[in-house]
Write a protein that binds this ligand. Structure first.
Ligand code: IMP
Ligand code: MG
Length: 368
């Protein structure tokens, strides 16, 4: 797949490759072959988007079937208009026919509902729906979707029949829109000033601050499914598994609209988590822009933490040997992560000694 493509004014990056698309179409064809083995369905392709899915699916059907097409249009640019226009009607009598509607993508479901109402008024025997892509979070209807290739997020996709203002349909793989997001990982040992600096850069760049500590507390307090699971592990004295942390972050990323990016604070902590985070972001067409690590030498940190311990009464900030141990753990955990992001050309070390304003200016320079 090409790394990046430009259509009109937008950039798109690889999302689902040929092999994966083909595997799902084969699966759907097998299900239809099984469900309609004694029947003779009419496949109604919805133009223009379903052309590639329709033909690949059709080639793998081993049952007797007929085909017909409907043409509708509802999108302008990357926004649904909610206003469905029937451009080309069905030229077949569908009375008493087993209909399978073949769509490229079901988003809000407004188009689908219109099509189904239209078809239903012509007394078919049954109507089922097959779609290559389904956006469950955008779907506002109750009509069941019988055959789904992929459930996807709300991000705009192109390729394999799907267009962005009429181009991109000929791409034989799926691409996802690349949003200009500024995703920053703020790293640093305990006492480096991550919290303070997160606040400042969050405001300046209109970012969303994601602290895994805050997230755990939120989910547990609100007794969410994730919170309940996390609690089980924590109460048993075990570490919460990476997947659970990732799920929590996934939920947060999905609910944060209108943000210009995220600041990850306290996460990722291991190379495994960093890999998982990359994969999670890629699913949304995003990536990490920079990993900023605040560098403060250990003796200075110990001094700062002991001072903080006096003021706050925090036990783990009062005992020098405990502090030194936290430093050792930090050094052991983060060293490979710096390499991980250095290899991607994204790691920047920032001198963490100086006034809050001085350090903030250094961080701003590093990320803008
Ligand atoms: P709905 O009426 O909101 O379900 O929208 C359905 C139609 O919008 C589809 O048939 C597509 O033509 C278009 N559409 C929805 N999402 C996308 C997308 O991500 N890329 C390209 N077209 C889309
Ligand atoms: Mg369509």
């Amino acid at each position: 797949m090409k790394k990046e493509i430009t259509l009109h004014d937008k950039t798109f990056i690889p999302f689902i490759d040929k092999a994966a698309i083909s595997a799902q179409i084969t699966r759907i064809a097998q299900e239809i072959n099984r469900d309609y083995s004694q029947k003779k369905p009419l496949l109604v392709g919805i133009l223009n988007g379903s052309i590639l899915f329709f033909s690949d699916l059709l080639k793998q059907l081993e049952i007797d079937c007929e085909v017909a097409f409907l043409r509708v249009s509802s999108y302008k640019g990357t926004e649904t208009t909610g206003n469905v226009k029937k451009v080309l009607g069905l030229d077949k009598n569908i009375e008493n026919t087993e209909v399978i509607v073949v769509e490229d993508i079901v988003d809000t479901g407004i188009t689908l509902e219109n099509i189904i109402n239209d078809l239903a008024s012509n007394s078919p025997k049954s109507i089922k729906v097959a779609t290559l892509l389904f956006k469950p979070k955008a779907y506002t209807k109750n009509y069941p979707i019988d055959y789904v290739g992929f459930e996807v997020g709300n991000e705009f996709l192109v390729g394999f029949g799907l267009d962005y203002n009429e181009i991109g349909r000929n791409l034989d793989e799926l691409y996802i829109i690349k949003e200009p997001m500024l995703n920053i990982i703020l790293f640093g040992p305990p006492g480096a000033g991550k919290g303070t600096q997160s606040e400042l850069i969050q405001e300046k760049f209109n970012l969303t601050h994601l602290s895994t500590g805050d997230m755990f507390r939120f989910h547990m307090k609100n007794d969410t499914e994730l919170g309940k699971k996390a609690k089980e592990y924590m109460e048993a004295g075990n570490l919460v598994p990476d997947q659970l942390v990732i799920d929590m972050i996934d939920a947060k990323l999905s609910e944060s609209h209108d943000t210009k990016g995220f600041i990850f604070d306290g996460f990722p902590r291991t190379t495994e988590q960093a890999t998982a985070l990359d994969e999670l972001l890629a699913k949304k067409g995003w990536e990490i822009a920079k990993m900023v690590s605040l560098e403060v030498e250990e003796d200075e940190l110990v001094k700062r933490l002991l001072l903080r311990g006096k003021d706050s009464g925090r036990k783990d900030d009062q005992d020098e040997s405990i502090i030194r141990n936290r430093m050792a753990v930090y050094n052991k955990e983060t060293a490979p992560l710096k390499d991980f992001y250095s290899n991607q050309g994204k790691h920047i070390g920032v001198d963490g000694i100086g006034s809050i304003e001085e350090i903030n200016e250094r961080i701003n320079a590093a990320i803008s």
